[in-house]
Design a protein around this ligand. Structure first.
Ligand SMILES: Nc1ncnc2c1ncn2[C@@H]1O[C@H](COP(=O)(O)OP(=O)(O)OP(=O)(O)O)[C@@H](O)[C@H]1O
Ligand SMILES: [Mg+2]
Length: 342
């Protein structure tokens, strides 16, 4: 057993505390060596036991607190920092993995989409070749049938036969129109390198339809600025698009007292926008999305094929342009053709 005897020696309070610190360290060492330690005041010492007890506790606190801090809290704090760092690293790795997964998934999706797109293009081109062939095959006998029916109509003596044959000719004409429109879709791109001036093509087309429009009391106003730049287009295609738009406008306004079509153009940046507007009823919202679809028509059976606008859109795309439509606030609608400059 180790015995440490405490003695009041007349030291200052700080001296007493320092001495006690040393005493406690000595006691700790004894305890670590497996010895029992007894702290005793020297017999006859004037120091009261309670004063020594307070001093001993203070000395203990002075030793134990920093020791605790150095031996327990600091390593614990280091461990916590390391753990947090580890967690952050793991989270970062997880995020990276997720990003890589998402990227791989997106790449796979795009590859699939591309492959499907290629298959679709191949299918369409095969279909186009077939449709082109069929259209050609239909066209030749159709011309023959038309000639025979025309001949029969001219030779018919009674009015009812003439009427029936005229109806047959009307239907043949419809087939001819559908076939030639289908051929437009499947022919190789034509005319996109051409350069044309808008005013002569517009004037020529309106002249061509003048009698048809006058017959239906449709007034046409042409308002084209004189300084329009030449555009990238094919005069033949532009003429066909304009015919489709003018005939659509005529049909839409049929029966109205005032029937007006305005053809105007303006420059928008480097592009030329040609507008064909009418004062008809406009396009109802519920069919706006469908009007450019092939075979979509609201006209009675036997009147419209529903190919006019889809062919027009195709022709505009061929020359790098576009076609769109807007209803007018008052009434009627405008079809806008946008061309690139040449
Ligand atoms: N100016 C217009 N005003 C109102 N509706 C229109 C106008 N132009 C087109 N439409 C609508 O768009 C539909 C599709 O037009 P599209 O020219 O493609 O075919 P269609 O005129 O019906 O038939 P086709 O052109 O073969 O005679 C029309 O049936 C009509 O409902
Ligand atoms: Mg039409």
């Amino acid at each position: 057993m180790g015995k440490i005897i405490l003695e009041k020696t007349g030291l200052s309070p700080l001296g007493v505390v320092i001495r006690l610190v040393l005493v406690v360290i000595a006691a700790e060492v004894f305890i670590h060596l497996g010895m029992n330690v007894v702290l005793e005041s020297m017999p006859g010492s004037k120091a009261s036991d309670s004063l020594w007890a307070v001093a001993a506790v203070m000395a203990l606190i002075l030793i134990k607190v920093p020791a605790l801090y150095l031996l327990v809290f600091l390593p614990l704090q280091d461990q916590q920092i390391a753990l947090a760092q580890h967690n952050t690293d793991q989270q970062r790795a997880l995020v990276l993995l997720r990003q890589e997964d998402a990227l791989r998934l997106e790449r796979a999706r795009q590859e699939l989409e591309n492959r499907e797109h290629m298959i679709q293009i191949e299918r369409l081109s095969a279909l186009g070749t077939m449709v082109g062939g069929v259209a050609h095959e239909i066209n030749n006998p159709l011309m023959g049938v038309m000639n025979y029916v025309e001949h029969a109509r001219d030779k018919a003596s009674d009015a009812s036969s003439k009427e029936v044959l005229n109806k047959a000719l009307h239907e043949i004409d419809r087939i001819k129109k559908i076939v030639s429109n289908m051929l437009i879709f499947v022919r190789p791109d034509a005319g996109q390198q051409e350069r044309c001036d808008l005013p002569p093509t517009v004037n020529k087309t309106v002249d061509l339809l003048q009698s048809e429009l006058t017959k239906n009391a449709v007034q046409v106003r042409i308002d084209l600025p004189p300084d329009l730049p030449p555009i990238q287009c094919s005069a033949g295609s532009l003429q066909q698009v304009l015919v489709n738009l003018l005939l659509n406008a005529r049909d839409a306004m049929a029966g109205q007292t005032q029937q007006r079509i305005t053809i105007s153009a303006r420059l928008e940046g480097s592009q030329v926008v040609l507008s064909v507007c009418d004062n008809g009823p406009g396009i109802p919202d519920e069919i706006r999305e469908k009007i450019f679809d092939p075979f979509f028509t609201t006209k009675p059976v036997g009147k419209g094929t529903g190919l006019g606008l889809s062919v027009s859109r195709h022709l505009m795309q061929e020359v790098g342009g576009s076609i769109g439509t807007d209803n007018l606030p008052e009434s009627g609608c405008c079809f806008r053709l946008t061309f690139s400059p040449k």
